[in-house]
Design a protein around this ligand. Sequence first.
Ligand code: NAP
Length: 279
Amino acid sequence: MDSLVQRTLLPRPRTKRSAPQGAGLAVVTGGSSGIGQEAARLLARRGHPTVLIARRRDALNDLALELSALAPSMALALDVCDDQATQATFGQLVHDRGPVRVLVNCAGSGLYSPFLKHEPTDLRRMMEIHYFAAATAIRSVLPGMLDQRAGHVVNIGSMSTKMGPWGHSGYTAAKAALTALTQTLAADYASSGVHFSVVHPGIIDTPYFDTPDLQPLRQQLRRHLINPERVARTVVRLLDRPRLEVCVPHHYRLVDAIKALHPTMLHHLVASHSRPTKC
Ligand SMILES: NC(=O)c1ccc[n+]([C@@H]2O[C@H](COP(=O)([O-])OP(=O)(O)OC[C@H]3O[C@@H](n4cnc5c(N)ncnc54)[C@H](OP(=O)(O)O)[C@@H]3O)[C@@H](O)[C@H]2O)c1
């Protein structure tokens, strides 16, 4: 495993807060930045020993060091698109640390252009990072959760799955697969003691937009940007009050109602407003 990942296990700090009853091991993919970083902070603050997963070792180590003041924290550098490495890493983690109580599948990146401009490899990468990586992580931790009759898988979806905005075909299809996986898992394992949720963020102010293709979108949507901590708070709240699907901000759930009543109107509105001004 050491050839596949670099890891840092930080010592249990003297100042560790007492964990709330039932706080168990939490794993956050995409923990080096944005929503995942904020979710990891809040989980550690609740006393969950927290494992951070992403590719950038330095960013992970910095955060693990910060979190070690709240709860024992571990950083695992891993490209979750490498399925074998992901299986090996999660397998080793469960073997070494026991059952996972909370899994937040947050690792992700965007793709923004009309469908024919997407390279086939980009389309596959979207499915790998948003769907297959999450599915592999869930397959690794779910048996332990079922044995314990306790656990919560929170997948980070996207409001784009409810609206189908311009330029997001590859990304949205992958997030829709993740959403459908969450819904069906909740049916497969109803009454098992394990909960499944998908959180649909709107437009969140994170480094997600720091790529040349997505930067103009950040500019165009700047009035709607919200803080990643708000999504993280929703993730953590779900642990106390499990729900299958949540939108952030909360009022975006009205999109479902508008879609049910006027699907064509919603489609026209989204298609015209999400199109870049230069197109
Ligand atoms: N920002 C938004 O408006 C928005 C809206 C809806 C949904 N989301 C979703 O929210 C999630 C978090 O995004 P964010 O906004 O917080 O963006 P972000 O700050 O760019 O965070 C993305 C995280 O994913 C990690 N990551 C990317 N590729 C990876 C890979 N191959 N293997 C392992 N880790 C990988 C990144 O870490 P490394 O670079 O260190 O690997 C980083 O920690 C994503 O799934 C995104 O699709 C975001």
